[in-house]
Write a protein that binds this ligand. Structure first.
Ligand SMILES: NC(=O)c1ccc[n+]([C@@H]2O[C@H](COP(=O)([O-])OP(=O)(O)OC[C@H]3O[C@@H](n4cnc5c(N)ncnc54)[C@H](OP(=O)(O)O)[C@@H]3O)[C@@H](O)[C@H]2O)c1
Length: 352
């Protein structure tokens, strides 16, 4: 039996990526793919890469009653501050929801108010939502009604740091994360800073202080550490369309540690993870988004500089796949008891 799935916000970049990946998932049936702007038009009007898939299906309007009565599970892919209008209604009628927006990622109401500068209309759901990073919350995701998937920058930052924080091998009070991310992270509607002539060929820091993803990274790292952690975080816009690379600069507690010691820590944490690969050895010795584009893999690696007792911990992902749609499908597979790799078990395209 197939599971009936719908997507609210299917004409955007993460929506398009969900459609591309679900086209290859044999355990689901796609019911509704919404777009207010393109309702009634074929999916291929916006996503020409889907020609030949979904039998000429058209975008539908956001009709919550219909979606609720016919679907088993819904992906909500709408902008920040918007999904709060849909997700609670879907949950009320017993559906399971995977929300890719930031609306339910933070646990504490006061954090949401601080970082998003508004009151959350359903603080009860903040507590109920499970943060959708399988490498941290696989067990809770399995039984969750609402999964709030992390942002792309946060996914890369967290995957670079989780083993080191869990094993307490770094100074937890001095962690500086630098993320480079491609233009598709900003969604499909161009703005003054994101439209192509402004964005092409850039290497530009943005929101160098106070980026909202800091809140969810600190929340998850604090939970692992068992105390409040704060990080420094600077994202950079780069000219590629896809990809995110996090480099976390940290100081080792034991300055005698070498790369082999750090590898052991990472291998113990990620050895059985289906979508995390530890990168070592020349010539491709560090994670590079170029080698994971289009796939759900996260490549993780590190370098140790013994002279100063410092390490650089790195993670590369495709922001639209492991940073969004692929991770959401990974969560869906876990929630529905499918093999976690269903529909996602393929390598990146190369060269790209
Ligand atoms: N891009 C990334 O790399 C990335 C990664 C992780 C998470 N996310 C998060 O995922 C969400 C979607 O991102 P995106 O990049 O796909 O954005 P996008 O390209 O701008 O797409 C947004 C989608 O939401 C729909 N939409 C907008 N306002 C709506 C409303 N009020 N009611 C219903 N539908 C609405 C749009 O279609 P219509 O306007 O036609 O209805 C469109 O389908 C955002 O919350 C973003 O923060 C993005």
């Amino acid at each position: 039996m197939t599971v009936k799935v719908s997507i609210i916000g299917a004409s955007g970049y993460t929506g398009g990526e969900l459609l591309r990946l679900l086209a290859n998932h044999d355990k689901i049936e796609l019911l509704y793919a919404t777009s207010r702007e393109y309702a009634g038009k074929p999916l291929t009007t916006v996503h020409p890469n889907l020609r030949g898939f979904f039998s000429g299906m058209k975008f539908s309007d956001v009709n919550i009653d219909k979606i609720s009565s016919d679907s088993d599970l819904v992906f909500v892919n709408t902008p920040a501050g918007t999904s709060v209008n849909y997700t609670p209604k879907l949950l009320e009628v017993g559906l399971r929801v995977i929300d890719l927006s930031p609306d339910f990622r933070l646990k504490r109401t006061e954090d949401y108010e601080l970082w998003y500068e508004m009151k959350h209309p359903r603080p009860d759901l903040l507590k109920e939502a499970v943060f959708g990073l399988p490498e941290l919350h696989r067990k809770e995701i399995a039984s969750a009604k609402l999964v709030a998937c992390p942002g792309c920058n946060s996914t890369a930052a967290l995957l670079s740091l989780i083993p080191a924080v869990k094993a307490r091998i770094i100074d937890l009070d001095h962690v500086a994360v630098d993320v480079k991310v491609g233009s598709s992270e900003a969604g499909r509607i161009p703005t003054a800073g994101t439209h192509h002539p402004e964005r092409a060929n850039v290497m530009r820091p943005y929101e160098a202080s106070g980026h909202r993803h800091v809140a969810e990274v600190e929340q998850e790292l604090s939970q692992i550490a068992g105390r409040e952690l704060k990080i420094a975080f600077v994202p950079h816009a780069v000219g590629s369309v896809r990809g995110a690379l996090a480099t976390s600069h940290v100081w080792l507690v034991d300055s005698n540690m070498d790369e082999q010691d750090v590898w052991k820590v990472y291998a113990a944490e990620y050895g059985k993870e289906p979508f995390v690969r530890i990168v070592r050895g020349k010539p491709y010795q560090y994670p590079d988004p170029k080698h994971i584009i289009g796939s759900n893999f996260a490549d993780v690696g590190f370098a140790v500089e013994k002279r100063v007792g410092r390490a650089a911990l790195m993670a590369a992902i495709d922001n639209l796949v492991k940073g969004a749609a692929g991770q959401a499908i990974q969560c869906m597979n876990i929630m529905l008891g499918f093999d976690e790799k269903t529909g996602l078990n393929f390598p990146a395209i190369r060269p790209v």
